[in-house]
Design a protein around this ligand. Structure first.
Ligand code: PEP
Ligand code: MN
Length: 369
């Protein structure tokens, strides 16, 4: 699958690509004031506004529907800014296109359902409109890729993924767990697919948005989607995470925008540093190979003595001593504990293999006798 870069959709070189606007379109006045102030404060590339809001519980604000599309059409012309709305079914697609919406997005609650995504893809066959696909609510990368594939097969090649985090049961700092390894894996599978981070829905609280936005930029996302409202405290949905346009401008001015320009330039010190890392990694792998030889001897010994592979006291001792060594060496204890977990799992796997081999060999010998 090949995709068109975000910058080509709007003919811009300004980075990061910025999508801003309220969680929901509540009234013409709210939209007008928010977009007027956004245009002055941050000049976003694209205005977002939910017109149909998928709400967890009934009796919450569910969006103004078609009426809000009329407001958006007027706002779009008044401020000369393209707009995007969430669509969850073919009827939404038809209405959004009828009112001239420039970009569609599929929400997390829709991406989880392949039937809904396929219906939207069918409704889009032969239509030339960019579509952004939010990650599904739970951390299923295949489902996210599957939704993108369905749209791509319908002929939509202006596609982007939106990373908005993953639901996790119970209390945590963030509203949705970012699980950064998922957008990283998505990038590995589909290197040309633009990825936008939505730190608003990951954070759930406005004071946490900046750190998430920075982290996403450090990982190389192509754009940010941030909720902004003219009067966040009185917003009808997602009040705690929306920022005023001016607060959004302050936040953006504090972000460090990095690029990977020069990363492969042979004169760059990064090349030297990477060589040093390559050598260290080789040393680590050599050490792992030696470790494996010792593990095989341990397995033979345990097999001879009829001992169990897992020995709780030894495992506790490993965790305790490696934790102390980590402190002495000034490296993260959590990192070292995770590493020990990996090493231990592999050790158990190897011992299992080795012991079962010996059983087979012995049985083989017995059978031959
Ligand atoms: C939204 O963008 O307002 C929204 C409903 O997001 P999500 O689909 O990520 O929950
Ligand atoms: Mn929202």
């Amino acid at each position: 699958m090949d995709f068109h870069p975000l910058s080509s959709w709007f003919n811009t070189t300004v980075q990061p690509f910025l999508i801003a606007g309220p969680c929901g379109a509540e009234s013409f006045e709210q939209l007008d004031e928010t977009v007027r102030r956004l245009k002055t404060a941050v000049s976003p590339h694209l205005i977002r506004a939910g017109v149909w809001k998928p709400r967890t519980r009934p009796d919450s604000f569910e969006g103004r529907g078609e009426e809000a599309l009329k407001w958006l059409k007027e706002i779009r012309e008044r401020y000369q800014l393209p707009v995007t709305v969430e669509v969850a079914n073919p009827k939404h697609v038809e209405l959004a296109l009828r009112y001239g919406v420039d970009v569609l997005w599929i929400g997390a609650r829709t991406t989880v359902n392949p039937f809904s995504v396929q219906e939207i893809a069918n409704a889009l066959a032969g239509v030339s409109v960019p579509v952004m696909v939010k990650n599904p609510i739970h951390a299923d990368l295949q489902l996210w890729i599957g939704a993108i594939e369905r749209l791509h097969r319908a002929g939509i090649h202006q596609l982007a993924a939106i990373h908005r985090g993953f639901h996790r049961y119970g209390y945590s700092t963030y509203r949705n767990d970012p699980m950064w390894q998922l957008p990283i894996e998505l990038r590995t599978h589909l290197p040309t697919l633009p990825i936008v981070c939505d730190p608003s829905h990951i954070a759930g609280k406005r004071n946490l948005i900046a750190e998430i936005a920075q982290k996403s930029l450090d990982l190389g996302v192509d754009g940010l989607m941030i909720e902004s409202h003219c009067d966040p405290d009185h917003a009808l949905s997602d009040a705690t995470q929306q920022l005023t346009p001016e607060a959004l401008a302050t936040l953006l001015s504090q972000l460090v925008i990095r690029s990977n320009a020069g990363a492969n330039d042979s004169a760059d010190t990064l090349v030297e540093l990477r060589q040093a890392i390559d050598e260290i990694d080789m040393d680590i792998l050599r050490a792992l190979s030696k470790r494996q030889e010792v593990i095989e001897k341990i397995a033979e010994h345990k097999a001879r003595k009829q001992m169990t592979i897992f020995q709780l006291e030894r495992w506790q001792e490993i965790l305790r001593t490696r934790g102390q060594w980590a402190d002495q060496l000034g490296i993260s204890r959590t990192h070292v504990e995770r590493l020990c977990q990996f090493l231990h799992e592999e050790s158990i796997r190897l011992q299992n293999l080795s012991m079962n081999d010996q059983v087979d060999l012995q049985e083989g010998r017995r059978n031959n006798a």
